[in-house]
Design a protein around this ligand. Structure first.
Ligand SMILES: Cc1cc2nc3c(=O)[nH]c(=O)nc-3n(C[C@H](O)[C@H](O)[C@H](O)COP(=O)(O)OP(=O)(O)OC[C@H]3O[C@@H](n4cnc5c(N)ncnc54)[C@H](O)[C@@H]3O)c2cc1C
Length: 422
């Protein structure tokens, strides 16, 4: 069991339910803004790799097409063809006796301003119905008894209505128009490596666990977020071992997520309904005793990419850079691979006010634990790369050279400007 550590600077104390269709639509819109389109209907059948590239054989409308690329990321879910093709094991267990009914459907006759939970007694477990914002639908969850003969066969709206009526027995509630309905079998599995040559895995392809606490998609998104900037740098010439830090940083997180969701899943399916409902309500209010469900307290301290020059400031390399006050636009001349910001307490004289950010409420200084001078280098994924008690050109340039392979001439230009105004 884990204590949920406080997440400094996180202004989101509770949870909001958002249907995955909205999250996916948001991601697709963002991709479209980069000129990239998600192509549906293709099926990866097999893949091969050599020293220079990966060849994926994809079936579109019965036609095979070879797609060649320098790297391939398998984000193809728990049954991942990519993972099987490269022979990476999916270690763990299937909880044969733990099956859940999940659905997203319309419900009449319930107050949609609150989520509803019914402790339905021994064997019945907790039945929940939570209204989903924007869609007018409800998220339905209920454990199924191990021996009811349903297997994972398709279920209908009537199945959900029957379970509700048997366990809750409330009249005037009507179920209809499902977005999806499913019987979910708990699998707790993960890979022991995230990479095979030019092939990497992300998301459910690398780890699956109980949905208790809603961690799966979040973990997958953070995999992609961790990998994205590293892959971009390697494609632009950074040393290849940068890609190995993906597994180094993300595999321990997957282990932690499996452990915390398993502990939470076992507790939530126990018969102590009073304690279970108290804990579930607590989790929605941002107090989950099993782990930080927001995943914002994740740290990569100790990673080979984390470097503390000294311990002069509070924040440590590997931590998530906390949100401080909103930054105004920096001037065009300071854009490049490295953006340099000088964050000053109010009232300090500053020769170059254009590039300085004034920490008027002292929020940034507090959150980063800086009292006096401090240096924080932040990675493209928003985690702290390097910390120190004072500006140190050489250490920053060395760090950037080691990680990106670039002596960072662009960095030196902006560093010189910052130094002169320090
Ligand atoms: C009932 C339930 C509730 C959940 N609730 C939450 C929650 O509240 N919060 C949360 O963060 N997570 C939640 N999860 C987990 C979340 O849904 C998954 O972790 C997430 O969808 C995984 O995303 P993914 O892209 O890695 O894999 P998937 O969503 O499985 O996507 C894989 C994609 O790859 C495609 N694919 C597979 N094989 C091939 C192939 N050979 N060729 C081409 N395409 C292929 C599939 O069609 C699919 O589109 C929940 C899961 C369940 C079952």
């Amino acid at each position: 069991m884990y204590d949920a550590p406080p997440v400094p600077g996180v202004p989101y104390p509770g949870s909001l339910m958002v249907g995955q269709q909205f999250t996916e639509a948001t991601l697709r819109e963002k991709l479209a803004s980069f000129g990239t389109r998600v192509e549906l209907g293709g099926e990866l059948v097999e893949l091969a790799q050599d020293r220079d590239q990966v060849t994926a054989s994809v079936r579109f409308d019965g036609q095979h097409q070879d797609v060649r690329a320098r790297y391939l990321i398998g984000c193809d879910g728990g049954g991942s063809t990519v993972r099987k093709q490269v022979g990476i094991d999916f270690l763990g267990e299937t909880w044969e006796q733990q099956r859940m009914l999940f659905g997203n459907l319309r419900v009449d006759g319930l107050d949609a301003s609150v989520a509803h939970m019914w402790a339905t007694g021994p064997g019945g477990g907790m039945l929940t119905l939570a209204p989903m914002p924007r869609s007018g639908t409800w998220f339905f969850t209920a454990p199924l008894p191990p021996d009811d003969g349903q297997g994972t066969s398709p279920v209908s709206v009537e199945t959900f209505a029957d379970i509700f009526s048997q366990r809750v027995g409330m009249s005037g509630v009507r179920f209809h128009d499902a977005v999806y309905l499913s019987v979910y079998q708990v699998n707790i599995r993960m890979v022991d490596r995230y990479r095979d040559g030019r092939v990497l895995l992300a998301g459910d392809a690398a780890h699956v666990h109980t949905p208790a606490g809603g961690q799966g998609m979040n973990t997958g998104v953070q995999d992609a977020y961790n990998l994205g900037w590293k892959l971009a740098h390697v494609l632009r010439g950074a040393p290849e071992p940068l890609l190995d830090t993906y597994e180094e940083e993300r595999l321990p997180i997957a282990e932690h997520v499996l452990a915390s969701t398993t502990a939470r899943g076992r507790f939530w399916s126990s018969d102590d309904s009073a304690r279970v409902s108290e804990r579930i309500v607590g989790a929605f209010q941002g107090r989950d005793p099993f782990s930080d469900v927001s995943q914002l307290s994740i740290t990569y301290r100790g990673s080979s990419l984390a470097r503390d020059l000294d311990e002069a400031i509070g924040i440590r390399a590997g931590d998530r850079a906390p949100d401080a006050q909103p930054a105004p636009q920096v001037s065009e001349g300071r854009r490049g691979d490295v953006h340099t910001h000088r964050i000053l307490p109010p009232g300090l004289p500053c020769s170059d006010s254009e590039s300085a950010l004034i920490d008027s409420a002292g929020e940034a200084h507090d959150l980063y634990g800086v009292d006096g001078d401090g240096l924080v280098l932040i990675r493209p994924d928003g985690y702290v790369a390097l910390t120190g008690g004072s500006w140190d050109d050489q250490s920053v340039a060395d760090y950037l050279e080691r990680v990106t392979g670039d002596r960072a001439h662009r960095f030196e230009r902006v560093a010189a400007a910052a130094r002169s105004a320090w």
